[in-house]
Design a binder for this molecule. Structure first.
Ligand code: ATP
Ligand code: MG
Length: 581
């Protein structure tokens, strides 16, 4: 490819709406162009990267025994009603109607479709196990599309689905995919950490996410891990043991006392001169549309996904002060946040108020709790005497760094991660309701035991930029770089330089190397800047030293510059390219 013909426009500045480095760089280096919120055109450079990521995925999935197919992007409501997800899936599901008024959705994922395909074909145990995958655009109307390709609305995903006859067979396939994923991300130059995770809208019990560890804002997930054993979990799923704490408030008398201006736990603890650990905190959430009161020890925070799962909802948010006011009024109280307690809270509109207690509150004694009166608290409370212990007790606590590992008891650490892929054991979550069955060896119908396995293709490419860049631009791993090398004659007016440049270019081309010749009549500084920004793994510069038979060979990954003969430079590139084939 000649640079003068390449469909690319680099920009001097980062786009103003870009928050994270991959978005900034990919936009500025001419890889992507935004069409509308969360929707991008993949320009030629980007498309080359994405095809490489896809082909690595294809290669490893095929090697692992999976078979590729392609399902429709538009899906009928009826299948989603069979699985029960038409109503259960949140606002991310883009629903639409055709001209006949039939309801459909744009595929955010394909469990329903693949299950309906499988049940028509896989009728006997003799045909199982099977793993089917596709690589395709998905649409999710994300609440906050941001970070460019890391969280788009339209994005490319590899999704695979396995069908087995037993849990044991599923677990074997799960391990098989785990290994394939490890290979895929390693080949993309992206080491990942597999962490336990919540199963979210996809469902099922056991699941792991493959995280690219990063210390930047682009890592939307907090990952808790232990250096002493293999424990690693997304914060939405992490559990921990806590150090001992004072849980007895030591009050001799149970009574209501005035606690003016103590809307926060800090203020309340200061006012009462007690540790935060003897306060029972009550927080008001709205899960889907229903009110939920979460009780947790004063010094701890609620993990919202855990709470949402405990209630069985798909959407969660903290209640507004207006909603709290309404809830209070309807139950005969008047209190603002900070003074809420579970006692006497029954109904809100058509909903019963659910109360969920975190495990940490069960051991509290003579503790402090709100009673739905502003500027008052109950001190010296005990469960069963002054307040009923809620019947639903769950772990809804957010783990913190320094808590103890649930496996080995050593202190946990925290870091951030970008989820590039995940694997789920679905079991019969879809096969059961959709009546997707096969005949077992005894002629009995059985639902398939399913698994599903996703990789964000576009997110993986963006994560590679997060992991590999410097202030000047991208440093693509060779395996997924749009081109392997750029050949830069310092002066296009210099006949000898151009001759050598053309010769190197032709030789590389005929060796199967993906090479760009920067034949633009630009200052060398401009060409070098663009080369660094675009992120070619290698640059061969032909300048004055060609008089001594030497070119400059530059490695983008470490900035190393070496003078060598044109043939040595060619050989170096060929070797590096062969090493990742
Ligand atoms: P997240 O928690 O980041 O929203 P998810 O749990 O919804 O991800 P899945 O439904 O399991 O993700 O999708 C499989 C893969 O698709 C993810 O591991 C991720 O790499 C990718 N992915 C999911 N949502 C997006 C998105 N909005 N933009 C780009 N890639 C995405
Ligand atoms: Mg999501």
């Amino acid at each position: 490819m000649k640079m003068s013909k390449m469909f690319v426009q680099t920009m001097r500045e980062f786009p103003s709406d870009a928050e994270v480095i991959s978005h900034k760089m990919l936009a500025r280096a001419g890889y992507i162009k935004k069409l509308t919120s969360g929707v991008y055109t993949f320009l030629p450079l980007m498309w080359r990267v994405l095809k490489k990521v896809e082909n690595i995925i294809r290669d490893e999935m095929d090697k692992a025994g999976a078979q590729e197919l392609l399902m429709p992007f538009v899906q009928p409501k009826e299948l989603w009603e069979e699985s029960g997800r038409w109503n259960a899936y949140g606002g991310e599901l883009m629903r639409l109607k055709d001209r006949h008024g039939r309801e459909m959705c744009l595929g955010p994922t394909h469990e329903e479709i693949i299950t309906s395909v499988a049940r028509d074909v896989l009728k006997s145990y003799k045909q199982l196990p099977v793993n089917l995958y596709q690589i395709q655009s998905k649409f999710r109307d994300e609440r906050r599309p941001r970070f460019g390709l890391l969280r788009g609305r339209e994005f490319i995903m590899k999704d695979a689905y396995s069908f087995s006859t037993s849990q044991q067979e599923l677990e074997k396939e799960y391990q098989n995919m785990w290994q394939a994923y490890t290979n895929i991300f390693n080949r993309c130059g992206l080491p990942t950490k597999a962490v336990q995770s919540d199963s979210g809208a996809i469902g099922g019990s056991v699941s792991h996410e493959f995280m690219v560890i990063t210390d930047t804002e682009a890592g939307e997930n907090d990952v808790f891990y232990c250096d002493d054993c293999d424990y690693a979990a997304n914060s939405n799923h992490a559990v921990s043991n806590l150090p001992e704490a004072i849980v007895d408030g030591g009050y001799n008398e149970a009574q209501i006392i005035d606690t003016p201006n103590t809307g926060s736990i800090e203020d309340l603890a200061k006012f009462l001169n007690c540790p935060q650990t003897v306060i029972c905190k009550a927080l008001v959430y709205i899960v889907d549309k229903a009110p939920v009161i979460a009780l947790i020890r004063g010094d701890k925070a609620v993990e919202e996904t855990k709470l949402m799962n405990a209630v069985g909802g798909v959407d969660i948010r903290i209640a507004t002060s207006a909603e709290i006011e309404d809830i209070m009024k309807e139950n005969g109280f008047s209190a603002v946040a900070g003074f809420i307690g579970p006692k006497g809270l029954k109904k809100y509109g058509e909903y019963e108020i659910k109360i969920i207690a975190d495990k940490t509150v069960t051991e509290l004694k003579n503790f402090v709790i709100g009673i739905n009166q502003t500027d008052k608290h109950f001190v010296g409370a005990n469960w069963g005497v002054d307040v009923e212990l809620p019947s639903q007790i769950e772990d809804i606590r957010l783990v913190e760094a320094g808590d103890f590992c649930p496996q080995c008891g050593k202190p946990l650490k925290v870091t951030r991660g970008i989820e590039v892929g995940n694997i789920f054991q679905l079991g019969t979550k879809y096969s059961q309701p959709m009546n997707a069955v096969y005949l077992d060896a005894n002629g009995k119908t059985q639902p398939y035991i399913m698994g599903c396995y996703g990789i964000g293709v576009t997110r993986t490419a963006a994560a590679a930029v997060e992991a590999h860049h410097d202030e000047w631009g991208i440093k693509w791993p060779i395996s997924i770089a749009p081109y392997h090398v750029v050949v830069v004659p310092v002066s296009t007016q210099d006949a000898e330089q151009m001759n050598v440049a053309n010769e190197i270019y032709e030789k590389l081309l005929s060796s199967g190397v993906e090479v760009v010749l920067d034949d633009r009549n630009e200052r060398p500084g401009v060409k070098f800047k663009d080369a660094d920004l675009i992120g070619f793994p290698f640059r061969i510069t032909i300048g004055k030293t060609i008089a001594d038979g030497k070119v400059e060979f530059v490695e983008r990954s470490n900035g190393e510059k070496t003078e060598m003969t044109p043939q040595d430079a060619i050989d170096k590139v060929i070797d590096a390219v062969n090493a990742v084939k």
